[in-house]
Design a protein around this ligand. Structure first.
Ligand code: FES
Length: 565
């Protein structure tokens, strides 16, 4: 007997299969579907529209276009809601809820009768959550992103969320921009629907989804408001029907080789540090580890080709016009595994073979032989401060600060940072290292994007633009500076970072890939480490009990392919 399709899949358990199907069809008929429609394969559409997610404002339009594509290809499209994570609307931080959305996505794909699923996401945590959930459910799945915002003009300057948000805020803090001007800028940063306009986390994750082969070619960088975005949605709907027929599940697409391709792309686009966490978590769902030593090896052998903010002058709309991620992949061809299968059933090599002769704007996408930077954007550091590793986005940092020792100025929490960073009496000099503790995955703040510590007010006003900053927190993909992140193990779990005190000497050497505490180990061991209070109920308790460190992608231990603990 052939496998059931469409509504006949995964029947509700009453102990009578025929009754369950009869009942399901009768209820489905109440939605006005004909028997012929109800007999077709079903394509689920994970619908993440939310009034709390500006980046997903056009999701309803995209869902309609996906439906059009599904219907034209002969299947029944049924959308279903999942949690949506709007980056700036969540407390304490969106990362805390990525795993909850991944669970929601996984369980709804598995529980509802569908032959394939279209994942409509966009904002930073939604695409990784959807890919994690789909990888675990292992039903044929295809990603569609909402696409980036367009830039907007302000007094003759082009602005786009959110590198320009940070640049203007730093200038406001330094007294270079007035209150009236910053209020005007606030209204000019995010003027269309879509995800952040630079190579932040959302754009990086869209690029990674295309590089992994989980998305249609050429669709990562199409602006949210471009008509091509709707055509991409329609094509994605059609592709989902073909995918269901082929029964091509994520475990055949997300493999060690395609993950390596995605890492290459992450490095070549100068992508977000957050994306490394997310790719690690996605890979972990299919049993693939990404050791940080592998990241370093790939980073040393993968040049930066894409010249976008936060490291360059351009925006995502420029990358789209310049040839998109397809052009980047074609440049990287000699470094990629071309045999990886993609959602369309073709190999990556076949996909890239079709792009010869397409225009590429070399101001935005450099050729492999003339890269922007000879090495990748990210580097992992190890040492007595971070035995499990830490990350530096060297492409967005000041190389003049890479080889040095500095005195630690320690903030014990986000609250302590907020209370003291602008205190005129703060004992701090430009050559010091600013350190933030208790902002890692096991802390109550759940690893917020707080690693981009502000330059202390008195130094900012004196013209200091960058300092070495170290924490167990994350940093927005739209931010820049000499910022060492994801220190592992984190302070709240008792890592060496917790034992650091103001005045201790730290040593950073990017050349040697090291970050060390220059304090006797015996002296460090004597210092007490406070244990944060554990939440007693609800999702916060599940999070606290199951969260893994940054080197495991901050996934939950019980959700990895091989559950841990
Ligand atoms: Fe959604 Fe930046 S806030 S992508």
């Amino acid at each position: 007997m052939s496998d059931p399709i469409g509504l006949a899949r995964g029947l509700t358990n009453y102990g009578d299969r025929d009754f369950a199907l009869y009942l399901r069809r009768s209820f489905a008929k109440s939605m006005g579907y004909s028997p012929a429609m109800l007999a077709k394969p079903v394509i689920g559409i994970a619908n993440t529209a939310s009034g709390f997610n500006n980046c997903h404002r056009l999701v309803p339009e995209l869902v309609e276009a996906v439906k059009r594509g599904v219907l034209a290809a002969g299947a029944l499209p049924l959308d279903f809601p999942t949690i949506s994570l709007g980056e700036v609307f969540l407390n304490p931080t969106s990362l805390m809820f990525r795993n909850l959305m991944a669970m929601d996505t996984e369980e709804m794909i598995r529980a509802q009768p569908m032959d394939a699923v279209v994942l409509v996401g966009g904002c930073d945590k939604t695409v990784p959550a959807q890919l994690m959930g789909a990888a675990s459910a292992n039903l044929p799945a295809i990603q569609l992103v909402t696409g980036p915002m367009m830039t907007g003009p302000w007094r003759g300057e082009r602005l786009g969320a959110c590198t320009d948000c940070r640049r203007f805020w730093a200038r406001f803090r330094a007294g270079e921009v007035s209150r009236q001007d910053i209020d005007e800028v606030e209204g000019s940063l995010a003027t269309t629907a879509g995800t952040c306009a630079v190579m932040g986390t959302a754009s990086t994750m869209a690029s990674i989804a295309e590089a992994l082969g989980m998305m249609l070619p050429g669709t990562a960088a199409i602006p949210a408001v471009h008509a091509d975005r709707l055509r991409a949605a329609e094509a994605t709907g059609g592709a989902a029907v073909a995918l269901a027929q082929r029964k091509l599940a994520p475990d055949r697409i997300i493999t060690a080789r395609s993950v390596e391709n995605a890492l290459r792309v992450l490095l070549a686009i100068g992508g977000s540090t957050n994306a490394l966490l997310h790719l690690t978590a996605i890979a972990g769902r299919v049993g693939i580890d990404i050791p940080l030593t592998t990241l370093n090896a790939l980073s040393d052998a993968t040049p930066v080709l894409v010249d976008l903010k936060p490291t360059g002058p351009h925006y995502m709309e420029d990358l789209f016009a310049a040839g998109g991620i397809g052009a980047v992949l074609r440049e990287l061809k000699p470094l990629l595994h071309l045999d990886c299968v993609t959602v369309t059933g073709e190999s990556l090599g076949d996909r890239l073979g079709q792009g010869d002769g397409i225009f590429v704007d070399r101001k935005v996408i450099r050729p492999l032989r003339e890269p922007l930077q000879p090495q990748g954007g990210l580097v992992a550091l190890f040492g007595s401060l971070a035995p499990g590793g830490a990350i530096l986005k060297r492409s967005a940092a000041d190389a003049a600060l890479f080889e040095r020792q500095g005195r630690a100025v320690v903030f014990s929490s986000l609250e302590d940072l907020a209370a003291r960073i602008d205190d005129p009496a703060l004992d701090v000099a430009p050559e010091d290292f600013l350190v933030l503790q208790n902002a890692g995955p096991t802390s109550p703040s759940a690893m917020p994007e707080a690693g981009y510590l502000p330059i202390p007010g008195k130094l900012a006003r004196a013209g200091v633009k960058d300092m070495v900053r170290i924490s167990d927190a994350r940093m927005s993909g739209t931010a820049y500076g000499t910022v060492v992140l994801h220190v592992t193990p984190d302070a709240a779990s008792g890592g060496p970072l917790a034992r650091l005190r103001s005045g201790d000497l730290l040593r950073l050497s990017v050349k040697e890939r090291r970050i060390d505490i220059m304090v006797e180990p015996a002296e460090l061991a004597r210092r007490p480490v406070p244990t944060p209070r554990a939440p007693v109920r609800g999702y916060a308790r599940l999070y606290h009990e199951q969260i893994l460190q940054a080197d495991r992608g901050c996934d939950f231990a019980f959700l990895r392919a091989v559950p841990e603990r």
